[in-house]
Design a protein. Structure first.
Length: 409
């Protein structure tokens, strides 16, 4: 009978011993042990070359595999993962492919799933519990349209505040380009004061030009609880010819790509925080460089980097702040520092952020189009292109939002 696996070593040793005694022929011994003469000669030769260790079964695994990853390729992947411990398999592969193309090297890179297994074997990844957050898409949701090109829309927000190692309050202001995801600014501030935020935006405008629109949430200093949510910052943007887009309250997904960047920013720079504001800002600067120039972005075509898709705006920051211009059929009024303007013998309240600005009033000709504009009772009030509301000229006050909707229905 053929040798069983459990008796192989002992059977082979007895067979070899019988062969070395030279009392019986090879053919007879092979018949006695139930093996072929080819197998008998093989084990005898192995014993003569290697001794008893030659009688142990060798691995039958192939020395090479058609899908085996080269050691140097695996070493490059693990090395980049060590440098960027938060990057996933797709980001690692995209960055390595881009680098090998720049160096003119042709490398057969493995699939992302293979890289995941490789990282797990090396102990460089910890499986996480997957959570369902609904659809990740934000374009077209709740009236949100996708940006059509660089500087079509910028997104701005404050990352949630935290304290550095020395107890200082850090509330970073972040500005990104919605089309390319380019991180224009990431600046540590101690509080969201109007003067500080306006200075940071002015520096950004001078460096990159001005966008067509800026999207923010409804918090200070971007918006207020006053008329049309106007804030001093929004008034400044309108005078610069920038449209201020505010997301709907309670709908952060309308600024989803910016919020997602905040998650990466916290993981990379503030977990744990630096020892001081200066050290924290140094981390922000390093993150901004890596995020724009090196980190592949899964939300961009072909996992491109933000810098590869961003170009500065052709709209320069003006030396003098322009005043809003109104058509000839508008009556222009000046708003005083308290946010009021004079209409006939009355003072009409608007809101303080509009103080020291000029507004335009256009008569609403409803039932009597033949009526002279000066005789109209109701007027549409505008600040630049933004409609603020409807003025009741006889009452000398702005209609409430509910009354305005009923009036114009």
């Amino acid at each position: 009978m053929p040798w069983k696996e459990s008796l192989m070593a002992d059977q082979r040793m007895r067979f070899v011993s019988a062969c070395l005694d030279e009392q019986d022929s090879m053919a007879l011994l092979c018949r006695r042990f139930g093996i072929t003469r080819r197998t008998g000669y093989k084990w005898l030769e192995r014993f003569r070359q290697e001794g008893p260790s030659g009688l142990i079964d060798r691995s039958r695994a192939p020395l090479t595999h058609p899908n085996q990853i080269e050691r140097e390729v695996e070493k490059e992947i693990l090395s980049m993962r060590t440098v960027h411990p938060t990057w996933g398999a797709r980001k690692l592969l995209a960055a390595l492919m881009r680098r090998s193309d720049q160096q003119g090297r042709e490398i057969d890179w493995p699939a992302a799933s293979t890289v995941v297994q490789m990282l797990r074997r090396a102990g460089l990844v910890v499986p996480r519990r997957r959570r369902y957050h609904g659809s990740a898409a934000t374009a077209g949701v709740c009236g949100v349209a996708a940006a059509t090109g660089p500087n079509h829309r910028w997104c701005a927000d404050f990352k949630g505040w935290f304290r550095t190692g020395d107890g200082s309050r850090c509330e970073p202001l972040t500005i990104t380009d919605a089309h390319s995801r380019f991180l224009l600014r990431c600046q540590a501030t101690s509080s969201p004061m109007h003067a500080v935020v306006r200075g940071l935006f002015e520096a950004t405008f001078r460096e990159f030009g001005m966008p067509e629109a800026i999207r923010t949430d409804n918090g200070e200093p971007f918006a207020s609880v006053g008329l049309r949510g106007m804030s001093r910052l929004a008034v400044w943007w309108i005078r610069l010819g920038i449209t201020h887009e505010r997301i709907e309250p309670g709908h952060p997904q309308q600024n989803g790509s910016h919020e997602r960047m905040h998650g990466t920013l916290k993981q990379e720079t503030a977990n744990p925080p630096a020892g001081s504001l200066r050290a924290q800002q140094a981390r922000f600067n390093a993150f901004r460089t890596e995020y724009n120039q090196e980190r592949p972005h899964e939300g961009l075509p072909a996992m491109a980097t933000p810098q590869s898709l961003y170009t500065a705006s052709p709209r320069p920051f003006p030396d003098r702040l322009p005043q809003p211009l109104y058509p000839s059929d508008h009556v222009v009024r000046y708003v005083d520092i308290n946010g009021k303007f004079r209409w006939k013998d009355k003072k009409v309240r608007l809101c303080k952020p509009l103080g020291e600005q000029t507004i335009g009033l256009q008569p609403l000709e409803l039932s009597w189009p033949q009526c002279e504009p000066q005789m109209s009772r109701y007027w549409t009030v505008r600040f630049g292109p933004v409609e603020l509301g409807v003025l009741d000229g006889e009452a000398g006050q702005m209609l409430s939002e509910r009354a305005r909707r009923l009036f114009l229905a």
